[in-house]
Design a protein around this ligand. Structure first.
Ligand SMILES: [Ca+2]
Ligand SMILES: [Ca+2]
Length: 509
């Protein structure tokens, strides 16, 4: 009861603070003389650690009716890729419109203000053009679940309003969560079917806060808004209300077969995201983990649904661009891997749907490879917002008019293996073209991988060593290395972390 009361008072306190803040901001910023700015609003929704296990992406089991209905009124990108399959580097890259080699952020718990402090982030560019920019939940990196309810590794310059809900999953239930590594919930496979209802969970509160902000935006149309919502599920711990687990009987959860044979042709760094603790899994635990991951997706989807309903009820849907995506994909046992940080399709690929103004090819599917890095130039283009000159993504708006249009023809993802210590860091890069995935570890010295998606969508057979494919490997290696060159800033140097530029640690409540 006490805990419940704490939750209630805490959320009330946050809302009251937010209301005061909202009012203050509104009174400081000069209002345009002529009311009603007609530029489109942006509702930017990102889910954390979500792979393409969604109904609209053809998953045979996962229920995601709300994201599916967004896809029906938008363009669904079937080959969208993150630039780095880890929260912090991916999000800094996406929100800066720069590759990780240009943000200088290759690890978690860092922010681009430590490397390129004067760069304008995406929402900052909108702010500078008079948009009201707000964030609810995780946009830049957060240590989940420890930093839930705090600002995480946020960039205050990106927003005018920041709300950090924390629900029962963070404040009450940790002692009940099953985890492979006792005491650890964020980096480790962990899950719990919660007896508490949606609205007490962080993502439920997040949807409520979003409705609250949208109601106020609908009342006062002087300024268009850029509202960014960062849902926490299905990131570990996979905590969701019990009813969502019932959709997914444990013994029907898909197990991956033939891993031992599959991994024989994969270079060592290709499997570098393997964690020792995953060896504790047996088939029963694997199926429980997958059940909880799927349940967390359906729970998050329901919260997205509440926000989309509100957008429609308030009459905002017509003039609001809605983006739905994730920061990277996720393994559920493919190649013996779990979670993220690999360069395989499951980890590099993300869902991406864009709906609303600027979308003319409604309900269609774009097959050309694109990246999260493309979102900044695309949204800025649709909303006529000027951007920094050094953005590295491409404008996808022609694809929103005609989904059969080709973009630049490839998307590139990277990871770093090894630490700062002995041996130093080793880079892995992977390029995805309409047909192929081609990967080089340490410029090829650490191995190469080639997969033919026309015949082998599960990337089972590494063709890079076969004589038959020598020419294709040479061609793709050339394309990859030309692509890598475009990921660096003009100086050619990865911007280093400068000490002292980012003092406050806002991550631990
Ligand atoms: Ca993530
Ligand atoms: Ca294989």
């Amino acid at each position: 009861m006490l805990a419940k009361r704490f939750l209630f008072h805490r959320s009330r306190a946050v809302l009251m603070f937010a209301m005061t803040f909202f009012w203050l901001v509104g009174s400081i910023i000069p209002q345009p003389a002529n009311a009603a700015d007609a530029r489109p609003n942006v509702l930017f929704i990102i889910s954390d650690d979500l792979n393409n296990s969604l109904g609209c992406y053809g998953h045979p089991q996962v229920k995601s009716p709300n994201i599916d209905r967004l896809a029906e009124r938008g363009v669904r990108f079937n080959k969208a890729y993150c630039q780095y399959p880890l929260c912090g580097p991916s999000r800094n890259s996406m929100l800066c419109g720069l590759y990780p080699n240009s943000t200088g952020i290759h690890r978690n718990s860092q922010i681009f203000r430590q490397t390129i402090p004067s760069h304008h982030s995406m929402s900052q560019a909108f702010r500078l053009e008079g948009y009201f920019a707000a964030r609810i939940g995780k946009l830049y990196h957060y240590n989940v679940p420890k930093s839930v309810g705090t600002n995480g590794h946020d960039d205050p310059g990106s927003w005018e309003l920041e709300l950090n809900p924390a629900g029962c999953d963070r404040l009450l239930e940790e002692p009940d969560i099953f985890t492979l590594r006792p005491g650890s919930f964020g980096g480790t496979l962990s899950w719990y079917a919660s007896p508490r209802e949606d609205k007490l969970h962080t993502d439920g509160m997040l949807a409520k806060d979003a409705q609250w902000v949208l109601e106020r935006c609908a009342r006062d149309k002087d300024r268009p808004f850029f509202l960014a919502l960062g849902f926490y599920r299905p990131h570990t711990p996979y905590v969701a209300p019990k009813p969502y687990f019932k959709h997914y009987p444990v013994d029907e959860m898909p197990l991956i077969e033939g891993v031992e044979e599959d991994i024989k042709d994969i270079p060592k760094d290709g499997l570098g995201s393997h964690k020792k603790e995953h060896e504790l899994l047996n088939d029963d635990l694997r199926q429980q983990a997958i059940q909880a991951y799927f349940a967390s997706i359906t729970f998050m989807d329901a919260q997205v649904g509440h926000v989309l309903d509100t957008l429609e009820e308030l009459g905002l849907a017509e003039n609001t661009i809605v983006v739905f995506t994730s920061d990277h994909g996720y393994h559920l046992g493919e190649h013996g891997l779990w979670q993220k940080q690999s360069l395989f399709e499951e980890s590099a690929r993300v869902p991406l749907i864009i709906a609303g103004p600027g979308v003319k090819d409604v309900g269609s599917v774009a097959e050309t490879p694109v990246g999260l890095i493309d979102l900044y130039p695309t949204l800025a283009k649709i909303c006529d917002v000027p951007t920094p000159d050094n953005l590295q993504g491409q404008d996808l708006s022609p694809i929103l008019t005609d989904a059969s249009q080709a973009a630049r023809g490839w998307a590139i993802s990277q990871v770093v293996r090894g630490g700062r210590g002995k041996g130093g860091s080793r880079f892995g890069y992977s390029i995805r073209t309409p047909r192929w995935r081609y990967t080089e570890w340490s410029n090829g010295e650490g191995g190469r991988e080639l997969y033919d998606h026309q015949k082998d969508p599960l990337e089972q057979k590494n063709l890079a060593q076969g004589r038959l494919y020598g020419e294709i490997v040479a061609d793709l290696s050339k394309t990859l290395n030309e692509a890598i060159a475009t990921t660096f800033p003009e100086s050619g140097e990865i911007p280093p972390i400068k000490q002292g530029l980012w003092a406050p640690n806002l991550t631990d409540p």
